[in-house]
Write a protein that binds this ligand. Structure first.
Ligand code: GTP
Ligand code: MG
Length: 534
Protein backbone atom coordinates (compact mmCIF):
# COMPACT_ATOMS: atom_id res chain seq x y z
CA UNK A 1 0.00 0.00 0.00
CA UNK A 2 1.36 3.43 -0.90
CA UNK A 3 2.01 5.60 2.12
CA UNK A 4 -0.66 8.14 2.98
CA UNK A 5 -0.18 11.59 1.57
CA UNK A 6 0.29 13.07 5.01
CA UNK A 7 3.24 10.77 5.47
CA UNK A 8 4.88 12.34 2.44
CA UNK A 9 4.31 15.80 3.86
CA UNK A 10 5.68 14.79 7.24
CA UNK A 11 8.68 13.23 5.53
CA UNK A 12 9.46 16.54 3.87
CA UNK A 13 8.77 18.55 7.02
CA UNK A 14 8.27 16.45 10.14
CA UNK A 15 8.20 19.33 12.63
CA UNK A 16 7.13 22.93 12.69
CA UNK A 17 10.24 24.88 13.66
CA UNK A 18 9.78 28.12 15.61
CA UNK A 19 12.21 30.59 17.06
CA UNK A 20 10.78 32.13 20.21
CA UNK A 21 12.14 35.22 21.88
CA UNK A 22 11.13 37.38 24.79
CA UNK A 23 12.28 38.55 28.18
CA UNK A 24 12.15 36.22 31.12
CA UNK A 25 8.70 35.93 32.68
CA UNK A 26 6.69 37.20 29.70
CA UNK A 27 5.01 33.80 29.37
CA UNK A 28 6.85 32.01 26.56
CA UNK A 29 6.86 28.56 28.12
CA UNK A 30 3.22 28.80 29.18
CA UNK A 31 2.22 29.94 25.71
CA UNK A 32 3.97 27.01 24.06
CA UNK A 33 2.47 24.54 26.52
CA UNK A 34 -1.05 25.82 25.95
CA UNK A 35 -0.78 26.13 22.17
CA UNK A 36 0.65 22.67 21.69
CA UNK A 37 -1.17 21.12 24.65
CA UNK A 38 1.81 19.66 26.48
CA UNK A 39 3.03 19.67 30.09
CA UNK A 40 6.70 19.25 29.51
CA UNK A 41 9.46 20.36 27.19
CA UNK A 42 12.74 18.58 26.66
CA UNK A 43 16.04 20.03 25.44
CA UNK A 44 18.35 18.17 23.14
CA UNK A 45 22.12 18.19 23.44
CA UNK A 46 22.03 20.15 26.66
CA UNK A 47 25.54 19.24 27.69
CA UNK A 48 27.27 19.22 24.37
CA UNK A 49 28.44 22.77 24.44
CA UNK A 50 26.06 24.11 21.84
CA UNK A 51 24.95 27.66 22.42
CA UNK A 52 21.41 27.95 23.73
CA UNK A 53 19.70 29.05 20.56
CA UNK A 54 20.83 25.91 18.77
CA UNK A 55 19.26 23.61 21.31
CA UNK A 56 16.20 21.93 19.91
CA UNK A 57 13.43 22.13 22.46
CA UNK A 58 10.65 19.65 21.84
CA UNK A 59 8.10 17.53 23.64
CA UNK A 60 7.46 13.82 23.58
CA UNK A 61 3.78 14.69 24.12
CA UNK A 62 3.59 16.37 20.72
CA UNK A 63 6.36 15.56 18.29
CA UNK A 64 5.21 17.86 15.50
CA UNK A 65 6.97 21.02 16.62
CA UNK A 66 10.44 22.09 17.67
CA UNK A 67 11.55 25.31 19.32
CA UNK A 68 14.64 27.42 19.48
CA UNK A 69 14.82 29.94 22.29
CA UNK A 70 16.85 33.09 21.70
CA UNK A 71 15.85 34.40 25.13
CA UNK A 72 15.37 38.07 25.77
CA UNK A 73 17.38 40.71 24.01
CA UNK A 74 19.00 43.41 26.04
CA UNK A 75 20.08 46.63 24.39
CA UNK A 76 23.69 46.65 23.27
CA UNK A 77 24.31 42.92 23.66
CA UNK A 78 26.41 42.67 20.55
CA UNK A 79 27.44 39.04 21.09
CA UNK A 80 23.89 37.82 21.49
CA UNK A 81 22.75 39.79 18.45
CA UNK A 82 25.45 38.21 16.34
CA UNK A 83 24.73 34.71 17.64
CA UNK A 84 21.04 35.01 16.72
CA UNK A 85 21.89 36.60 13.37
CA UNK A 86 24.27 33.77 12.51
CA UNK A 87 21.67 31.24 13.55
CA UNK A 88 18.94 32.81 11.39
CA UNK A 89 21.31 33.10 8.43
CA UNK A 90 22.51 29.53 8.68
CA UNK A 91 19.00 28.12 9.03
CA UNK A 92 17.81 30.12 6.02
CA UNK A 93 20.59 28.61 3.94
CA UNK A 94 19.80 25.02 4.84
CA UNK A 95 18.66 23.16 1.75
CA UNK A 96 15.83 21.19 3.32
CA UNK A 97 12.61 22.78 4.49
CA UNK A 98 12.62 20.65 7.63
CA UNK A 99 15.79 22.33 8.88
CA UNK A 100 14.76 25.91 8.16
CA UNK A 101 12.91 28.14 10.56
CA UNK A 102 9.21 28.39 9.72
CA UNK A 103 8.18 31.24 12.02
CA UNK A 104 9.36 33.56 14.78
CA UNK A 105 7.29 34.52 17.81
CA UNK A 106 8.62 37.59 19.62
CA UNK A 107 6.83 37.75 22.98
CA UNK A 108 6.34 41.11 24.68
CA UNK A 109 4.28 41.53 27.82
CA UNK A 110 1.49 44.10 27.61
CA UNK A 111 2.23 46.82 30.17
CA UNK A 112 -0.38 47.30 32.91
CA UNK A 113 0.13 51.01 33.22
CA UNK A 114 1.06 53.50 30.55
CA UNK A 115 4.72 53.07 29.89
CA UNK A 116 7.28 51.98 27.40
CA UNK A 117 6.38 48.62 26.02
CA UNK A 118 8.79 47.82 23.21
CA UNK A 119 12.23 48.09 24.67
CA UNK A 120 15.43 48.83 22.84
CA UNK A 121 16.33 45.13 22.97
CA UNK A 122 13.11 44.21 21.12
CA UNK A 123 13.84 46.89 18.54
CA UNK A 124 17.28 45.40 18.04
CA UNK A 125 15.72 41.98 17.58
CA UNK A 126 13.41 43.32 14.87
CA UNK A 127 16.47 44.47 12.90
CA UNK A 128 17.60 40.88 12.36
CA UNK A 129 17.69 39.71 8.73
CA UNK A 130 14.44 37.74 8.70
CA UNK A 131 13.84 38.24 5.00
CA UNK A 132 10.66 36.25 4.14
CA UNK A 133 10.53 34.47 7.48
CA UNK A 134 7.17 35.12 9.22
CA UNK A 135 7.52 37.13 12.43
CA UNK A 136 4.61 37.41 14.84
CA UNK A 137 4.79 39.94 17.65
CA UNK A 138 2.94 38.19 20.47
CA UNK A 139 1.72 40.60 23.13
CA UNK A 140 1.28 38.40 26.17
CA UNK A 141 -0.80 38.27 29.36
CA UNK A 142 -3.75 40.05 27.82
CA UNK A 143 -5.98 38.70 30.61
CA UNK A 144 -4.33 41.08 33.07
CA UNK A 145 -5.29 44.04 30.94
CA UNK A 146 -8.77 42.64 30.51
CA UNK A 147 -9.13 42.12 34.21
CA UNK A 148 -7.91 45.62 34.96
CA UNK A 149 -10.61 47.10 32.69
CA UNK A 150 -13.18 44.70 34.04
CA UNK A 151 -12.41 46.02 37.52
CA UNK A 152 -12.25 49.70 36.53
CA UNK A 153 -15.48 49.60 34.54
CA UNK A 154 -17.30 47.69 37.28
CA UNK A 155 -16.21 50.28 39.83
CA UNK A 156 -17.35 53.13 37.65
CA UNK A 157 -20.79 51.51 37.40
CA UNK A 158 -20.55 51.19 33.61
CA UNK A 159 -21.25 47.49 33.63
CA UNK A 160 -24.48 47.70 35.58
CA UNK A 161 -27.65 46.31 33.98
CA UNK A 162 -25.68 44.69 31.22
CA UNK A 163 -25.71 41.06 30.21
CA UNK A 164 -22.49 39.08 30.47
CA UNK A 165 -22.11 39.37 26.73
CA UNK A 166 -22.52 43.16 26.77
CA UNK A 167 -20.11 43.46 29.69
CA UNK A 168 -17.57 41.35 27.86
CA UNK A 169 -17.96 43.41 24.72
CA UNK A 170 -17.49 46.65 26.64
CA UNK A 171 -14.37 45.41 28.43
CA UNK A 172 -12.89 44.10 25.21
CA UNK A 173 -13.55 47.42 23.54
CA UNK A 174 -11.65 49.32 26.24
CA UNK A 175 -8.83 46.77 26.28
CA UNK A 176 -8.52 47.00 22.50
CA UNK A 177 -8.41 50.80 22.61
CA UNK A 178 -5.62 50.64 25.18
CA UNK A 179 -3.82 47.95 23.20
CA UNK A 180 -3.91 49.94 19.99
CA UNK A 181 -2.71 53.10 21.67
CA UNK A 182 -0.03 51.62 23.88
CA UNK A 183 1.22 48.68 21.87
CA UNK A 184 0.41 48.97 18.19
CA UNK A 185 1.11 52.65 17.71
CA UNK A 186 4.53 52.18 19.21
CA UNK A 187 5.18 49.07 17.18
CA UNK A 188 4.24 50.87 13.98
CA UNK A 189 6.58 53.71 14.80
CA UNK A 190 9.61 51.41 14.81
CA UNK A 191 11.76 52.09 11.80
CA UNK A 192 13.12 48.60 11.04
CA UNK A 193 10.39 46.08 10.71
CA UNK A 194 10.49 42.53 9.37
CA UNK A 195 8.97 42.21 5.92
CA UNK A 196 6.45 39.53 6.99
CA UNK A 197 5.31 40.82 10.35
CA UNK A 198 1.96 40.63 12.13
CA UNK A 199 0.91 41.05 15.74
CA UNK A 200 -1.60 39.56 18.15
CA UNK A 201 -2.55 39.92 21.79
CA UNK A 202 -2.79 36.65 23.67
CA UNK A 203 -3.44 35.19 27.06
CA UNK A 204 -2.62 31.66 28.08
CA UNK A 205 -5.43 31.62 30.67
CA UNK A 206 -8.37 29.28 29.98
CA UNK A 207 -11.00 32.02 29.63
CA UNK A 208 -9.03 33.63 26.82
CA UNK A 209 -8.24 30.59 24.73
CA UNK A 210 -9.67 32.17 21.64
CA UNK A 211 -6.64 34.50 21.61
CA UNK A 212 -4.44 31.46 21.03
CA UNK A 213 -6.61 30.57 18.08
CA UNK A 214 -5.97 34.03 16.67
CA UNK A 215 -2.22 33.52 17.16
CA UNK A 216 -2.35 30.29 15.14
CA UNK A 217 -4.57 31.91 12.49
CA UNK A 218 -2.10 34.73 12.02
CA UNK A 219 0.91 32.42 11.99
CA UNK A 220 -0.85 30.09 9.57
CA UNK A 221 -1.59 32.90 7.15
CA UNK A 222 2.02 34.02 7.07
CA UNK A 223 3.42 30.50 6.82
CA UNK A 224 0.95 29.57 4.11
CA UNK A 225 1.85 32.54 1.99
CA UNK A 226 5.58 32.72 2.53
CA UNK A 227 6.85 29.25 3.48
CA UNK A 228 6.37 25.88 1.79
CA UNK A 229 2.96 24.16 2.04
CA UNK A 230 4.32 21.24 4.04
CA UNK A 231 5.32 23.66 6.83
CA UNK A 232 1.80 25.00 6.98
CA UNK A 233 0.22 21.54 7.14
CA UNK A 234 2.58 20.45 9.87
CA UNK A 235 1.84 23.63 11.80
CA UNK A 236 -1.91 22.98 11.48
CA UNK A 237 -1.38 19.50 12.84
CA UNK A 238 1.03 20.55 15.61
CA UNK A 239 -1.13 23.24 17.21
CA UNK A 240 -3.96 22.08 19.44
CA UNK A 241 -6.11 25.20 19.79
CA UNK A 242 -7.54 25.83 16.33
CA UNK A 243 -10.07 23.45 14.82
CA UNK A 244 -10.67 25.62 11.73
CA UNK A 245 -7.06 25.29 10.68
CA UNK A 246 -7.17 21.55 11.17
CA UNK A 247 -10.29 21.13 9.06
CA UNK A 248 -8.82 23.40 6.41
CA UNK A 249 -5.61 21.40 6.22
CA UNK A 250 -7.47 18.05 6.22
CA UNK A 251 -9.32 19.36 3.19
CA UNK A 252 -6.14 20.65 1.54
CA UNK A 253 -4.27 17.36 2.04
CA UNK A 254 -7.23 15.25 0.93
CA UNK A 255 -7.94 17.40 -2.10
CA UNK A 256 -4.37 17.30 -3.19
CA UNK A 257 -4.19 13.58 -3.10
CA UNK A 258 -7.32 11.51 -3.17
CA UNK A 259 -10.55 13.48 -2.74
CA UNK A 260 -10.35 14.57 -6.35
CA UNK A 261 -11.23 11.60 -8.44
CA UNK A 262 -12.88 9.85 -5.51
CA UNK A 263 -15.70 8.66 -7.75
CA UNK A 264 -13.38 7.31 -10.40
CA UNK A 265 -11.08 5.75 -7.83
CA UNK A 266 -8.10 7.44 -9.48
CA UNK A 267 -5.96 7.09 -6.37
CA UNK A 268 -7.44 3.96 -4.90
CA UNK A 269 -7.57 1.57 -7.83
CA UNK A 270 -5.97 -1.84 -7.19
CA UNK A 271 -6.33 -1.63 -3.45
CA UNK A 272 -8.59 -3.28 -1.01
CA UNK A 273 -11.38 -1.11 0.22
CA UNK A 274 -10.34 -1.33 3.88
CA UNK A 275 -6.85 -0.16 2.83
CA UNK A 276 -8.36 2.82 0.97
CA UNK A 277 -10.32 3.79 4.04
CA UNK A 278 -7.18 3.22 6.11
CA UNK A 279 -5.35 5.87 4.06
CA UNK A 280 -8.12 8.40 4.61
CA UNK A 281 -8.27 7.50 8.28
CA UNK A 282 -4.57 7.91 8.94
CA UNK A 283 -4.37 11.26 7.21
CA UNK A 284 -7.28 12.78 9.07
CA UNK A 285 -6.28 11.40 12.47
CA UNK A 286 -2.71 12.59 11.79
CA UNK A 287 -3.80 16.17 11.25
CA UNK A 288 -5.99 16.28 14.34
CA UNK A 289 -2.91 15.12 16.28
CA UNK A 290 -4.66 14.69 19.61
CA UNK A 291 -2.74 14.28 22.76
CA UNK A 292 -3.36 10.57 23.01
CA UNK A 293 -1.11 9.12 25.70
CA UNK A 294 -2.85 5.72 25.50
CA UNK A 295 -2.72 5.74 21.69
CA UNK A 296 -6.43 5.05 21.47
CA UNK A 297 -6.80 6.67 18.08
CA UNK A 298 -4.04 4.54 16.65
CA UNK A 299 -5.65 1.28 17.59
CA UNK A 300 -6.89 -0.45 14.48
CA UNK A 301 -10.17 -0.99 16.27
CA UNK A 302 -10.81 2.76 16.26
CA UNK A 303 -11.14 2.58 12.48
CA UNK A 304 -13.63 -0.21 12.90
CA UNK A 305 -15.68 1.86 15.26
CA UNK A 306 -15.79 4.69 12.71
CA UNK A 307 -16.91 2.14 10.13
CA UNK A 308 -19.99 1.68 12.24
CA UNK A 309 -20.99 5.20 11.31
CA UNK A 310 -20.89 4.48 7.58
CA UNK A 311 -22.11 0.92 7.45
CA UNK A 312 -25.59 1.99 6.32
CA UNK A 313 -24.12 3.74 3.26
CA UNK A 314 -22.96 0.44 1.79
CA UNK A 315 -26.57 -0.72 1.74
CA UNK A 316 -28.25 0.09 -1.57
CA UNK A 317 -31.69 0.12 0.03
CA UNK A 318 -30.90 3.06 2.33
CA UNK A 319 -31.28 2.10 5.99
CA UNK A 320 -30.87 4.99 8.40
CA UNK A 321 -27.53 5.54 10.11
CA UNK A 322 -26.94 4.55 13.67
CA UNK A 323 -30.38 3.03 14.16
CA UNK A 324 -29.17 -0.13 15.81
CA UNK A 325 -25.82 1.10 17.10
CA UNK A 326 -27.02 3.91 19.31
CA UNK A 327 -27.84 1.48 22.07
CA UNK A 328 -24.47 -0.10 21.64
CA UNK A 329 -22.15 2.31 23.40
CA UNK A 330 -20.88 -0.31 25.77
CA UNK A 331 -20.09 -2.48 22.77
CA UNK A 332 -18.14 0.38 21.19
CA UNK A 333 -16.22 0.80 24.37
CA UNK A 334 -15.37 -2.87 24.43
CA UNK A 335 -14.49 -2.76 20.76
CA UNK A 336 -12.01 0.04 21.26
CA UNK A 337 -10.03 -2.32 23.40
CA UNK A 338 -9.99 -5.05 20.75
CA UNK A 339 -6.73 -4.84 18.86
CA UNK A 340 -7.96 -6.73 15.82
CA UNK A 341 -7.37 -5.11 12.44
CA UNK A 342 -10.28 -5.27 10.04
CA UNK A 343 -8.28 -7.46 7.70
CA UNK A 344 -7.59 -9.96 10.48
CA UNK A 345 -10.02 -12.43 11.98
CA UNK A 346 -13.25 -10.53 12.01
CA UNK A 347 -15.57 -12.62 14.07
CA UNK A 348 -15.00 -11.04 17.50
CA UNK A 349 -15.08 -7.61 15.95
CA UNK A 350 -18.24 -8.10 14.04
CA UNK A 351 -19.85 -9.35 17.18
CA UNK A 352 -18.62 -6.66 19.53
CA UNK A 353 -18.83 -3.58 17.31
CA UNK A 354 -21.94 -4.38 15.43
CA UNK A 355 -20.49 -4.51 11.92
CA UNK A 356 -22.37 -6.98 9.81
CA UNK A 357 -20.47 -9.93 8.43
CA UNK A 358 -21.51 -8.85 4.96
CA UNK A 359 -20.14 -5.35 5.44
CA UNK A 360 -16.86 -6.67 6.83
CA UNK A 361 -16.49 -8.97 3.86
CA UNK A 362 -17.36 -6.11 1.50
CA UNK A 363 -14.54 -4.06 3.03
CA UNK A 364 -12.01 -6.71 2.26
CA UNK A 365 -12.93 -6.72 -1.45
CA UNK A 366 -10.93 -4.82 -4.03
CA UNK A 367 -11.89 -1.21 -4.64
CA UNK A 368 -14.62 -0.96 -7.20
CA UNK A 369 -16.12 2.18 -8.64
CA UNK A 370 -19.66 1.58 -7.44
CA UNK A 371 -22.17 3.91 -5.78
CA UNK A 372 -21.92 1.99 -2.49
CA UNK A 373 -18.14 2.40 -2.34
CA UNK A 374 -18.34 6.08 -3.21
CA UNK A 375 -21.00 6.67 -0.56
CA UNK A 376 -18.87 4.94 2.08
CA UNK A 377 -15.70 6.84 1.22
CA UNK A 378 -17.55 10.16 1.27
CA UNK A 379 -19.30 9.21 4.50
CA UNK A 380 -16.08 8.11 6.15
CA UNK A 381 -14.35 11.43 5.45
CA UNK A 382 -17.26 13.56 6.64
CA UNK A 383 -18.19 11.45 9.67
CA UNK A 384 -14.69 11.06 11.07
CA UNK A 385 -13.99 14.77 10.61
CA UNK A 386 -17.13 15.76 12.49
CA UNK A 387 -16.54 13.25 15.30
CA UNK A 388 -12.93 14.35 15.72
CA UNK A 389 -13.96 17.99 15.87
CA UNK A 390 -16.45 17.18 18.63
CA UNK A 391 -13.63 15.36 20.41
CA UNK A 392 -11.45 18.43 19.94
CA UNK A 393 -13.99 20.69 21.67
CA UNK A 394 -14.47 18.17 24.39
CA UNK A 395 -10.77 18.35 25.18
CA UNK A 396 -10.73 22.14 24.97
CA UNK A 397 -13.42 22.15 27.64
CA UNK A 398 -11.41 19.80 29.84
CA UNK A 399 -7.98 21.38 30.20
CA UNK A 400 -7.40 19.28 33.31
CA UNK A 401 -7.44 16.11 31.19
CA UNK A 402 -5.29 16.97 28.20
CA UNK A 403 -5.00 13.44 26.85
CA UNK A 404 -7.99 11.67 25.34
CA UNK A 405 -9.46 8.61 26.98
CA UNK A 406 -12.03 6.09 25.86
CA UNK A 407 -14.84 7.96 27.60
CA UNK A 408 -14.10 11.05 25.51
CA UNK A 409 -14.22 9.08 22.33
CA UNK A 410 -17.46 7.44 23.32
CA UNK A 411 -18.97 10.83 24.21
CA UNK A 412 -17.95 12.20 20.81
CA UNK A 413 -19.40 9.20 18.98
CA UNK A 414 -22.51 9.35 21.05
CA UNK A 415 -22.98 13.00 20.20
CA UNK A 416 -22.90 12.30 16.49
CA UNK A 417 -24.05 8.81 15.70
CA UNK A 418 -27.75 8.59 15.07
CA UNK A 419 -28.10 12.39 15.44
CA UNK A 420 -30.00 14.60 13.03
CA UNK A 421 -26.66 15.76 11.61
CA UNK A 422 -25.52 12.20 10.96
CA UNK A 423 -28.81 11.43 9.28
CA UNK A 424 -28.64 14.56 7.12
CA UNK A 425 -25.07 13.87 6.03
CA UNK A 426 -25.95 10.38 4.92
CA UNK A 427 -29.17 11.44 3.20
CA UNK A 428 -27.30 14.13 1.30
CA UNK A 429 -24.56 11.70 0.30
CA UNK A 430 -27.19 9.28 -1.01
CA UNK A 431 -28.91 12.03 -2.94
CA UNK A 432 -25.61 13.21 -4.41
CA UNK A 433 -24.46 9.75 -5.50
CA UNK A 434 -27.91 8.74 -6.77
CA UNK A 435 -27.98 11.81 -8.98
CA UNK A 436 -24.62 11.04 -10.53
CA UNK A 437 -24.61 9.65 -14.02
CA UNK A 438 -22.37 6.87 -15.12
CA UNK A 439 -20.25 9.45 -16.89
CA UNK A 440 -19.74 11.34 -13.65
CA UNK A 441 -18.49 8.16 -12.04
CA UNK A 442 -15.67 7.66 -14.46
CA UNK A 443 -14.96 11.31 -15.09
CA UNK A 444 -11.82 12.37 -13.23
CA UNK A 445 -13.11 15.93 -13.13
CA UNK A 446 -16.12 15.00 -11.07
CA UNK A 447 -17.02 17.34 -8.24
CA UNK A 448 -17.23 14.85 -5.42
CA UNK A 449 -14.42 16.57 -3.53
CA UNK A 450 -16.41 19.82 -3.57
CA UNK A 451 -19.46 18.03 -2.19
CA UNK A 452 -17.35 16.42 0.56
CA UNK A 453 -15.99 19.82 1.54
CA UNK A 454 -19.48 21.31 1.53
CA UNK A 455 -20.83 18.49 3.68
CA UNK A 456 -18.05 18.91 6.24
CA UNK A 457 -18.42 22.66 6.45
CA UNK A 458 -22.18 22.61 6.65
CA UNK A 459 -22.30 19.98 9.40
CA UNK A 460 -19.39 20.94 11.61
CA UNK A 461 -20.11 21.60 15.25
CA UNK A 462 -18.65 24.41 17.25
CA UNK A 463 -18.64 24.70 20.97
CA UNK A 464 -20.49 27.81 22.04
CA UNK A 465 -20.32 27.43 25.76
CA UNK A 466 -20.27 25.22 28.75
CA UNK A 467 -23.36 25.03 30.88
CA UNK A 468 -23.71 24.07 34.48
CA UNK A 469 -27.10 22.45 34.86
CA UNK A 470 -29.51 24.71 36.68
CA UNK A 471 -27.73 27.93 35.76
CA UNK A 472 -28.32 30.41 33.01
CA UNK A 473 -25.90 30.05 30.14
CA UNK A 474 -24.67 33.59 30.56
CA UNK A 475 -23.62 32.93 34.12
CA UNK A 476 -20.71 30.78 33.07
CA UNK A 477 -17.70 31.81 31.06
CA UNK A 478 -17.78 31.22 27.36
CA UNK A 479 -15.33 28.49 26.49
CA UNK A 480 -15.13 29.08 22.77
CA UNK A 481 -17.23 31.59 20.92
CA UNK A 482 -18.58 31.15 17.44
CA UNK A 483 -16.63 32.99 14.79
CA UNK A 484 -17.80 36.52 14.09
CA UNK A 485 -19.07 35.64 10.67
CA UNK A 486 -20.91 32.48 11.62
CA UNK A 487 -24.59 32.58 10.75
CA UNK A 488 -27.18 32.71 13.48
CA UNK A 489 -27.91 29.10 14.34
CA UNK A 490 -31.33 27.91 13.27
CA UNK A 491 -31.37 24.62 15.07
CA UNK A 492 -31.46 23.95 18.77
CA UNK A 493 -28.06 23.31 20.26
CA UNK A 494 -27.16 19.81 21.33
CA UNK A 495 -25.14 19.12 24.41
CA UNK A 496 -22.89 16.46 25.87
CA UNK A 497 -21.93 16.15 29.51
CA UNK A 498 -18.44 16.80 30.82
CA UNK A 499 -17.46 16.01 34.37
CA UNK A 500 -14.78 18.36 35.64
CA UNK A 501 -12.29 17.29 38.27
CA UNK A 502 -11.44 19.52 41.18
CA UNK A 503 -8.21 20.60 39.44
CA UNK A 504 -10.28 21.90 36.57
CA UNK A 505 -12.36 23.96 38.95
CA UNK A 506 -9.17 25.41 40.39
CA UNK A 507 -7.89 26.31 36.97
CA UNK A 508 -11.26 27.68 36.00
CA UNK A 509 -11.19 30.12 38.87
CA UNK A 510 -7.56 31.19 38.79
CA UNK A 511 -8.39 33.51 35.96
CA UNK A 512 -11.20 35.91 36.36
CA UNK A 513 -14.66 35.28 35.18
CA UNK A 514 -15.15 37.52 32.19
CA UNK A 515 -17.15 40.64 32.64
CA UNK A 516 -18.13 39.94 36.20
CA UNK A 517 -16.99 41.05 39.59
CA UNK A 518 -14.22 38.92 41.14
CA UNK A 519 -14.94 35.23 40.66
CA UNK A 520 -16.48 32.89 43.20
CA UNK A 521 -15.54 29.25 43.49
CA UNK A 522 -17.99 27.20 41.48
CA UNK A 523 -19.62 24.10 42.88
CA UNK A 524 -18.17 20.80 41.74
CA UNK A 525 -20.91 19.69 39.46
CA UNK A 526 -20.99 18.22 36.02
CA UNK A 527 -21.19 20.58 33.08
CA UNK A 528 -22.49 20.30 29.59
CA UNK A 529 -20.96 21.38 26.34
CA UNK A 530 -23.37 23.06 24.01
CA UNK A 531 -22.83 22.77 20.30
CA UNK A 532 -24.30 24.63 17.42
CA UNK A 533 -24.23 23.39 13.93
CA UNK A 534 -21.74 25.71 12.26
N1 GTP B 1 -1.90 36.27 34.06
C1 GTP B 1 -1.11 35.58 33.24
N2 GTP B 1 0.03 35.01 33.68
C2 GTP B 1 0.77 34.30 32.83
C3 GTP B 1 0.42 34.14 31.46
N3 GTP B 1 1.38 33.39 30.87
C4 GTP B 1 2.27 33.08 31.81
N4 GTP B 1 1.92 33.63 32.98
C5 GTP B 1 2.64 33.52 34.25
O1 GTP B 1 3.85 34.23 34.11
C6 GTP B 1 4.91 33.54 34.78
C7 GTP B 1 6.07 33.31 33.80
O2 GTP B 1 5.61 32.45 32.78
P1 GTP B 1 6.62 31.57 31.89
O3 GTP B 1 5.79 30.93 30.86
O4 GTP B 1 7.43 30.71 32.75
O5 GTP B 1 7.54 32.71 31.29
P2 GTP B 1 8.82 32.55 30.36
O6 GTP B 1 8.75 33.66 29.38
O7 GTP B 1 8.92 31.19 29.84
O8 GTP B 1 9.99 32.85 31.35
P3 GTP B 1 11.52 32.33 31.25
O9 GTP B 1 11.50 30.86 31.09
O10 GTP B 1 12.11 32.75 32.57
O11 GTP B 1 12.17 33.06 30.13
C8 GTP B 1 4.29 32.27 35.33
O12 GTP B 1 3.98 32.50 36.68
C9 GTP B 1 3.04 32.09 34.54
O13 GTP B 1 2.02 31.42 35.26
C10 GTP B 1 -0.80 34.77 31.01
O14 GTP B 1 -1.19 34.69 29.84
N5 GTP B 1 -1.51 35.46 31.93
MG1 MG C 1 10.38 29.66 29.99
Amino acid sequence: MASPSLDNIFKECPRFRILISGKTGVGKTTLIKETFNIDQLEESDKDRGKCDIEQEISSSQNDLFVLHDSQGFEAGEVDNFNTVKTFIDSRARMPEIKDRLHAVWLCIQIPHVDGRLIETGDEEFLKLPFDDLPVVIVFTQYDRLYHQFSYDLARSGELQNKTAEERNERIEQESERYFQKNCIEQLKSIKHQPKRMKWVKVSSRPNHRKTLKVLTDVTEELVRNHVRESAWVVMAAAQRVNADTKVKSCIAVGMQKYWRGLAAGTYFADRRLDACIGVIHQDIVGIWNFRDDEEILHRPSFMNVVLLLVQDLADPSGSSPGSDTIKNLEAIKAALGVATPISGPLAPLVASVGLSMMFAKWLSDMYNSTPGVLRCLMGYIVDITIVLEVLFWLKIAQPQRPSICEEDLIAAFNHYQGSVGHLEVHQQIRRYVDNMTLIDHINPNDNTHVEVERLINSHRRILVDTLTPGTKSDATPTAVSPPQNSPTPKTQPSSIPVVPTSKHEERGTDSHSEGSTPSKKKPKTSRFLRFWKK
